[in-house]
Design a protein around this ligand. Sequence first.
Ligand code: ZN
Length: 444
Amino acid sequence: MKIIKRLTFLFLMILSFIACSQNTSKVDYFASNALGNPVTGNAGEYYKGVTYVSYQGALEDPYVAAYDHKTKTWVGPFKAGTSLMGKDKSRKIDNHGKPTLVIDKEGYIHIVFGGHGGTRDIGKNPLGNYHYGKQMHVVSKNPLDISSWEVLDNISPFGTYSQFIKMDNGDLYLFYRHGAHRSNRVYQKSTDNGRTFSAPVSYLKTKQIEGTKEHPVIYDSWYTHYSKGQNNDVIVSYNYHLCKGPKHDGERHNVYYMRFDTDKNEWYNIKGDKLTLPITKEQADNETLVYDTGDLWTHNGIVRLDEEGNPHLTSYEGEHKGLKHGAEKSIVHYYWSGNEWMRIKSSGLPVGAKGEMEVLSSDKISMLISYKEENMGEVALWESTNGGKSFIKKEILLQAEKKNFDLSNFIRNAKPEGKIIIAAKDKSGNGNVYLVGEKGVVKR
Ligand code: ZN
């Protein structure tokens, strides 16, 4: 029996060797151990010939892989850290601790992950409330090497929705919500390659407001999206969450915009008026409102600049109709004309689509979006030549039956052949992760 087993093993080894040498074993995904909704906004970076990508893998731990553009080879994925979440099988997949990735000036790779507001046993959260997990920071032991990692205990554990933004001067900004829903939005800054961070600075304030009979407890709360703007600016688009208790739902409204000039350490609205931090709901309404959506519920899309430096925003808007996160939403496009905010309900785009946007000129706008048509999950490039009024489908990049595709933001400093990280999941919650660019999927 032993000999047969050994011969079978040998035979399989030879088969797999032949398959590899003939290049027939190439697959279109670079990893197959993704879990849940595994990618967050800023999850990848191109740096010195290599694209580094991160995602949430088995047991909700962060994983990192790297693609060498010259040799067309993959390294990894390697497990970069251990999340406190994802280990208790009685809990649902949490999805709030997805990794965000950045590379510092010396080539060390940093990942922040694992947070969903933290728990009371970690200590007192001075800027909000608690939920689960612990925001953690790991760094590669060596520059440009994703195979070994160490923990750096230098950021607040009470974080969630963590996002790294890197400035041209190398300063690192870590943006996140400092706890569960009833917590301020904050950032921490590092000027020494992520070895130390400033204390958290609150820029959007949570506060309790007057309740109603149905909802005796109500707090102002915020959801945000960040991009790097011009020079050393961070641009932020956001919406307002009416955080109700004890009966809670996902009610979110409106569209807001502001700009953080990190050189001057000042925040501005679109007209250039200085803002005083932390911004309250009243200030946000008076000074930073793009559009009051009224009864419509919103999810944040993307904020990008056009060639003149004017911001373009997307927002996903729809009627609530009693569904958990509202009815299927449609992409609405906003841009600053120089004098006022313009609102375009783009025609042609599929209902429920979400994803990235590139403003190539005042007329030409392209969207890389994910959506479902009937039973078919699809990621495709859509293009407008009339400033976003209407879009047509240019190219399908990924398509699969009964699957949902989840998109990162565009990878930092991305090369055209590897612009975005995309995950596909089926009902089980497990899935594959892809690196996708203008020519389609980067195989391995
Ligand atoms: Zn809430």
